[in-house]
Design a protein around this ligand. Sequence first.
Ligand SMILES: [Mg+2]
Length: 313
Amino acid sequence: MRPSCSFSSNEAQLFQSLNGIRHLAETRRFKAWFLDQFGVLHDGKQPYPGAISTLKTLSKHGAKMVIISNSSRRAATTIEKMNSLGFDSSLFLGVITSGELTHQYLQRRDDSWFAALGRSCIHMTWSDRGAISLEGLGLHVVENAEDADFILAHGTEALGHPSGTALPMKLEDLEKILESCALKKIPMVVANPDFVTVEAKALRVMPGTLAAKYEKLGGEVKWMGKPDKIIYKSAMLMAGVDASDCIAVGDSLHHDIKGANMAGIESAFITGGIHATELGLSSFGEVAESSSVQDLTSKYDAYPSYMLPSFTW
Ligand SMILES: [Mg+2]
C-alpha cells in the first residue's frame, strides 16, 4: 500500500502515515536511526512481532542504528536486555541511556553545572526492579534534605540508605521528601525523564513523574534524557552525523517526538506503544485514525514526520 499523507491547517502538523519502515529505509535518506526501546522494539518482557527481523533488514540497508533510551540503568544493561530478548545487539552502533549519561556526567564533572554540584545526595531508586549502583561516582548518600547537595532520581520505589542498601518507599513518601528538598532549593538530576513506561501492557510510574513534581514545587531539574537535546547530541556524536541525516523512532510524543523536534531531527511516531489506549487502539498493528493522532500531537505540541502502527518492515 502506498503511504498516505494527512494534512491539517497547521503546516507543522503534517505527517505521513506508513505501514512499516520499508519506504524510509529503501530511500537511504537517513544515515542514522535513533531508536527508542520500550514501546518500539519490546514491551519490557518480549520483543514486538517483527521487530527483530526489521532491525536486521534495516541494518542491511546501511543504517547506523543507535538505541537512545530513558532507562535509568547503564548502557551495558540495555545491551544485555536486548540480547536476552533475542535481539542481535551487534547490529547497533551503540546504546545511550539516560542512566549512562547521568553516570558519565557525574563521574567526569567536566560540565560547569555538574562541576558545581556537591557530593552528598538524596538517592531515589528502585527496589523490586533492582537498585542502581553509584559505585565509582564518589557520592555520599544521605537521608535528610538538610545534609544533601542534590537529589539523584533513578527510580520511584525506594530511598537509598548511606549503607548502600535501599529502603522501599511509597511514591507519596518520596514526594514528601521532595517538599523538604524544595525548601532547601537543592537541584535534582533525573536519570530517567519518562513519566510512565509500558511494561507488558501495564503502565508504570517512572522518575520523570518525581522530576515534574519537583519542578512544580519550584525545584531545579537537570533532565538527563529525552526530550532534552543532551541525548541527541550524544547520539549524533556517536554516529558522526548531523541532525539532517537522522531519524528518531519512538512511541512517546512528549519524549521521543518532541525531543526530535527540539533537536531538529525528523521522527517516526509508533502509535501502538504508550499512547495506544489514548488513540483507541487495542490490538498490535491496528492503524490509528489520522484525526486522533493529529489531536494528540497538538495536545503534546510534538509533531512527527511519519506515523506507523509498529516498528515493522
Ligand atoms: Mg518508549
